[in-house]
Design a protein around this ligand. Structure first.
Ligand SMILES: C[S@@+](CC[C@H](N)C(=O)[O-])C[C@H]1O[C@@H](n2cnc3c(N)ncnc32)[C@H](O)[C@@H]1O
Length: 453
């Protein structure tokens, strides 16, 4: 990858990594960009192409199926990616002229061993461009699940899940939302600075941001951004990158200075460090996680933010019995299918499956059973996921409450700034298309006086 100076060649190499070795999009792209030698504008193009093509894979395959002599699945794997690169530019990138999209893709085919098939590439792309002048060349099936799945490039199982939960209109609007480039939010560290001060420093550097209601510490990057670590105040610990809905979770936990808090699934520490900031770094926060590599990131974040109240514990939280009734508050930010973050993690569409979600829901219930024992009588447990799936959210909480009648839901009060996310049942749901944040499910539970074990 060292000598790659062409953004489309880098796109091909990175996509090959993602598809062949199931590497996460962000990791594969970061590695590719580090090794390649691209100017800024080409880095941006490669980033757009990689994320966009992973997001739109199903739609792009449907176009190859329609326009090619061979179906997408029958094409040599690299040629299929090259066709995706050409079709993506023609269909979704308005800044690239048609001739440039076609010619650069034909060149890419020739440079990667497909000289003999470069005529096929040229023919297919030109056919698309010709048809697109009249109407959308994509032919859609009538069946609603497949229609939405192919149009927006989602697997049928996600569409079915959302149609059952939200109906047609919301499902379509969620699909549209998750096909956009992600918004980037920062959480300002009140132990170091204020939101206004950061806003002023950014503006002086040509970076536009805006506050995100109703989150007191959130700033959204609007324009002029660059690499996060190059933003003013990064090294000094002024802020952490964290979506606004993830910030909402620790506000609902409402940790107080001097308390004992346990974060059961803590790495890489977005919420742990937020909890420490809200407690003015006074008290004890146990940060548990079974992934040592992700806990290393937590350690780095804690050091950058200069927080002292966090104690890290590696292992399976289902097995930690030593915490029995010691915590004032517990956060269970459970491992989940991540369907609320599909714009940031496009490969969820490729790698996540229905079966794996059933396994996750068992893990979530086991984690909830165990972590509930850590809470003192009258204490609080917040259960949260970044997914939009009843099996991992509502059902997990309902099952738990059925088994433990001395636990109750504590909804936000009507005058709380967070009441806008509350549902009739008392849990909170953040819907991206409605609230312009990652999708989240959050419920605050209170333990009764008697022990239910
Ligand atoms: C949603 S992520 C947590 C994100 C984190 N709270 C944050 O805000 O940065 C879920 C985490 O659960 C961890 N995990 C999964 N199964 C676990 C288990 N049985 N015990 C402890 N941690 C687990 C994963 O390693 C992952 O880091």
């Amino acid at each position: 990858m060292q000598n790659i100076t062409n953004p489309r060649q880098l796109t091909l190499v990175v996509l090959r990594e993602i598809y062949r070795r199931n590497v996460y999009t962000d990791l594969a792209l970061d590695l590719g960009l580090k090794k390649a030698n691209l100017v800024n504008v080409d880095r941006n193009l490669a980033t757009e192409l990689v994320y966009g093509i992973v997001r739109r894979q199903r739609t792009l395959d449907a176009l190859i199926d329609q326009l090619g002599k061979k179906k997408a699945i029958q094409q040599p794997p690299d040629l299929r990616i090259i066709l995706h690169i050409g079709l993506y530019q023609l269909r979704y990138l308005t800044q690239i002229p048609e001739s440039a999209a076609v010619n650069t893709t034909v060149d890419l085919a020739k440079k990667n061993g497909f000289t003999q098939l470069s005529g096929v590439v040229n023919g297919l792309l030109r056919a698309y461009a010709r048809l697109a002048k009249q109407e959308d060349p994509l032919i859609l099936p009538v069946a609603p699940v497949q229609r939405l799945g192919i149009l927006y490039s989602f697997p049928d199982w996600i569409i079915k899940l959302w149609l059952a939960q939200f109906g047609n209109e919301t499902t379509e609007s969620l699909c549209e939302w998750f096909n956009q480039s992600p918004l980037i939010d920062l959480r300002i560290n009140p132990l170091k600075t204020t939101r206004e001060e950061v806003q002023r420093a950014f503006l002086a550097d040509g970076i536009k941001v805006s506050p995100v209601a109703p989150l007191a510490q959130a700033l959204r990057l609007i324009s002029g951004s660059r690499g996060i670590s190059n933003l003013p105040g990064f090294e000094q610990g002024w802020f952490t990158v964290q979506d606004s809905s993830a910030q909402l979770v620790s506000h609902l936990l409402d940790p107080q200075p001097g308390e004992t808090i346990i974060d059961a699934c803590a790495a890489p520490g977005g919420k742990t460090t937020h909890i420490a900031e809200l407690m003015q770094d006074k008290g004890i926060i146990w940060a548990c996680d079974r992934s040592s590599s992700r806990l290393k990131k937590l350690q780095e974040n804690q050091e950058r933010l200069n927080l002292k109240s966090i104690r890290i514990l590696a292992g399976d939280s289902r097995e930690f019995t030593q915490f029995y009734e010691i915590a004032d508050r517990v956060l269970l930010d459970a491992p989940c299918s991540g369907l609320g973050t599909l714009h940031k993690r496009p490969d969820i569409r490729l790698f996540q499956t229905d079966d794996r979600i059933q396994e996750l829901s068992v893990l979530q219930q086991e984690l909830l059973e165990q972590t509930a024992t850590w809470v003192k009588p009258k204490g609080i447990l917040v259960y949260a996921t970044c997914t939009l799936n009843v099996i991992e959210n509502e059902r997990v909480v309902e099952n738990f409450l059925d088994k433990h009648p001395n636990w109750t839901i504590h909804p936000p009060s009507v005058d709380s700034p967070f009441a806008v996310f509350a549902t009739q049942q008392g849990w909170l749901k953040v819907l991206p298309n409605q609230h312009q944040m990652d999708g989240f499910f959050i419920v605050k539970l209170v333990k009764g006086l008697a022990c239910d074990e």
